[in-house]
Design a protein around this ligand. Structure first.
Ligand SMILES: *Cc1c(COP(=O)(O)O)cnc(C)c1O
Length: 363
């Protein structure tokens, strides 16, 4: 067989360790997972209730017309400006599929969400990575890398894994200078967690930029990661290109119904945002107390410098029943911790403090 030469060396995605596996392997009765930025409060009860009638023999509406109209109303955009994917990961895949031919250039931060690079590699695009500056996107340096061959620039705001944001003014300055032949994909997977007046709402910027695609998801604050649904919002031309490569039935009936009900229940979202902010404040204070540096957190996760090799900290925390994310190439001593419920954050902190003390003692 002859698979594409550019895919044969690609790694298969390794998800965060499942709680049940860790319990069994380590003989632990209680394990908390703070590794995949999931919502510790689950999802809206109304979203759950909406699913029941959708488990049927009937194919979904591939265009998700009902959900599209509801979401367009909520966001204040036209229906032809929205496209849904099986998670916003699938929008990333579809954008790569629709735009790249081999040899095209694409610009992204180093470190950022891994799926931009992965999908660009699948399409044989040339990847140009621009180091973060203090954990933040360096937009002027990214702009300086644009050539005639550039097709897509990826901006993750807040950035995963660092949790930093670019402010409104710097983003607008950047967008004003990006040439029209380049698509900017602005990934706002965590935007609903923010109530920071300096955070730019990508959808408000859309009327000014034909070459902007904003990505959002129901996997994070909406708590519907299991159902796989996310969306892109942009100029109708960009949305049409994505639709032209979209699989006919890429989102399920259950996901569409749950997403529609979830948007209607903003009280649940407000509750999750408030609790998440408390969790960020708590962990930031505790890291300050321990004298640890961390990036200012704006999503539902925080990245902290442990001062030790992160795989070692990961293993030690695992043995104490806490799963986090280690292994960031640019930040070998950092771990990324998702914000949990109050008691989960406290359990993590206690375990983490023990791990650091044990390492100090055993040198
Ligand atoms: C989680 C995440 C996504 C998308 O997740 P889906 O479950 O595929 O919607 C996209 N971008 C970033 C930065 C994320 O962290």
């Amino acid at each position: 067989m002859q698979p594409k030469s550019n895919i044969v060396h690609l790694p298969v995605y390794q998800p965060g360790k499942p709680v049940e596996d860790v319990k069994r392997e380590l003989g632990l009765s209680e394990v908390i997972k703070l590794a995949s930025n999931e919502n510790p409060f689950g999802c809206s009860e109304q979203a759950k209730a909406a699913i029941v009638n959708e488990v049927t023999n009937i194919y979904p509406d591939g265009a998700a017309v009902d959900l599209t109209n509801a979401l367009a109303d909520y966001l204040g955009v036209q229906s032809n400006q929205i496209v849904f994917g099986a998670g916003s990961s699938e929008i990333i895949l579809m954008a790569a599929r629709a735009f790249f031919v081999p040899g095209d250039e694409t610009i992204m931060a180093d470190e950022t969400f891994a799926q931009y690079k992965h999908n660009a590699k699948v399409e044989n695009a040339t990847i140009i990575e621009v180091p973060l500056k203090d954990g933040k996107h360096d937009l002027p340096a990214m702009l300086a890398k644009v050539t005639d061959r550039t097709k897509i620039i990826w901006v993750c705001n807040p950035n995963n894994p660092t949790g930093t944001i670019v402010g409104r003014e710097e983003l607008v300055q950047f967008l004003d200078q990006v040439p029209e032949h380049v698509l900017v994909v602005l990934d706002e997977a965590y935007c609903e967690f923010l109530d920071n007046p300096d955070f730019p709402d990508g959808i408000e910027l859309l009327p000014n930029y034909r070459n902007l695609l904003v990505l959002r998801t129901f996997s994070k604050i909406y708590g519907l990661a299991a159902l796989r649904i996310g969306y892109g919002v942009g100029h109708p031309d960009v949305i049409r290109y994505i639709n032209q490569v979209r699989e006919p039935f890429n989102t399920s009936r259950a996901a569409q119904a749950a997403a529609k009900a979830a948007v209607a229940d903003q009280a649940f979202i407000d509750f999750c945002r408030t609790e998440n902010n408390k969790g960020i404040a708590y962990l930031s204070e505790q890291f300050d107390r321990l004298g640890l540096s961390y990036f200012p957190a704006h999503g539902n996760f925080i990245m902290v410098d442990t001062g030790l090799p992160s795989p070692q900290v990961f293993d030690a925390l695992l043995r104490k029943g806490v799963i986090v994310r280690p292994g960031w190439a640019c930040y070998p001593t950092y771990i990324r911790v998702s914000i949990g419920k109050e008691e989960e954050n406290r359990k993590f902190l206690n375990a983490f403090e023990q791990v650091l003390q044990e390492a100090a003692v055993h040198g």
